[in-house]
Design a protein around this ligand. Structure first.
Ligand code: 9D3
Length: 247
C-alpha cells in the first residue's frame, strides 16, 4: 500500500484527538489505514520547570501569547515538507478548493492556537498558512482542526463510495441542495410534493433544480451571484430579477 495521508496536530489538549474523527466515516478510514493521525502536546516542548508555553504580550494588552521558541520546537518535531497550517480566527476562510488541494497532497501539520494568539515570528519563520473556519469565535483551534481534517479525509481515495464522489462534482455547480423526502408519503398531515411521486423523471429533475435555485437565492445571495456569473453568464431569467425572500 502507498503511504497514507498524514495529519500531525500540535495542541495543548492532544487528548481531544481523534475525538469525533474517531467515529463515522473518518474513523473507519483511520482504522483502515487510509490516513494517519499524530497529535502532540505542545507542552512537551516547554523547557522550564512549570512547562510554560505562553507569556504576556509585548506592548501590553489583554491575554497571553504563545511563545515562538516552544512552538518552533513543536513544529520541528513534525515538519517534513507537509503544508504547515495554523488555525486562527484571523486566517483566510477555509474553502472546498483549499480542502481539495490539501487532500491531494501528502497530508498536513496543524497548529491549534489557544490564548490571544501566536507570536508572529514563528508564523513568519515557518511560513505558516493561517486558516479560519468562519466568522464566529471558538475557544481554541482544536474544533477548527477537526473540521479541516474531516473535510480532507472524506476526499481521500477509498474513503467514500463512487456514488458519493460523483455527487461531489455537482456541488461544483455552486447550488445548495434541494429538499429531500422519504416514506411515509404523508406524515402528520404533511404530504410529499406530488411531483416526486409522479414517476416523471424530467419533472422531478426540473422541480429539484428550481428548488435548489430558490433555496440558494434565499439563503446565499453570494453563492447565487457566483452561480449566475459562472453557469449562466449573460442569461437573464425571471428568477434572477426576483429579490431574495425574507428569512
Ligand atoms: C479579541 C480577539 N479574539 C479574536 C477574535 C481573540 C481570540 C478569540 C478566539 C483568539 C483566539 C480564539 C480562539 N479561536 C481559534 O483559535 C480559532 C477560530 C475561531 O475562533 N473562529 C473561526 N476559526 C478559527 S480557527 C481557530
Amino acid at each position: 500500500m502507498t503511504a497514507p495521508w498524514r495529519a500531525g496536530v500540535l495542541s495543548l489538549f492532544p487528548e481531544m484527538f481523534p475525538g469525533p474523527l474517531g467515529h463515522s466515516l473518518a474513523g473507519r478510514a483511520l482504522e483502515r489505514g487510509l490516513w494517519a493521525l499524530e497529535a502532540r502536546d505542545i507542552r512537551a516542548f516547554a523547557t522550564d520547570r512549570h512547562r510554560t508555553v505562553d507569556d504576556t504580550p509585548f506592548g501590553g494588552g489583554a491575554g497571553m501569547v504563545m511563545r515562538p521558541d516552544i512552538l518552533d520546537a513543536a513544529l520541528a518535531s513534525l515538519a517534513d515538507g507537509r503544508p504547515a497550517i495554523c488555525l486562527t480566527p484571523r486566517g483566510r476562510p477555509l474553502t472546498q478548493d483549499r480542502v481539495r488541494r490539501l487532500a491531494a497532497g501528502p497530508g498536513v501539520v496543524l497548529l491549534c492556537g489557544r490564548y490571544e494568539g501566536i507570536d508572529q515570528r514563528v508564523i513568519d519563520a515557518r511560513a505558516l498558512e493561517e486558516i479560519s473556519i468562519g466568522d464566529y469565535v471558538l475557544s481554541g483551534g482544536e474544533p477548527a482542526a477537526m473540521v479541516l481534517l474531516d473535510a480532507c479525509v472524506r476526499l481521500l481515495p477509498g474513503v467514500m463510495g463512487a456514488a458519493a464522489s460523483a455527487e461531489e462534482e455537482s456541488f461544483a455547480a455552486g447550488l445548495l441542495e434541494y429538499p429531500h423526502y422519504t416514506r411515509p408519503a404523508e406524515w402528520n398531515g404533511r404530504r410529499v410534493p406530488d411531483v416526486l411521486l409522479s414517476g416523471h423523471h424530467q419533472a422531478v429533475a426540473d422541480w429539484r433544480r428550481a428548488e435548489a435555485e430558490r433555496i440558494t437565492r434565499e439563503r446565499r445571495p453570494d453563492l447565487w451571484a457566483a452561480h449566475t456569473r459562472t453557469v449562466e453568464p449573460g442569461l437573464r431569467r425571471a428568477s434572477v430579477a426576483v429579490a431574495p425572500a425574507a428569512p
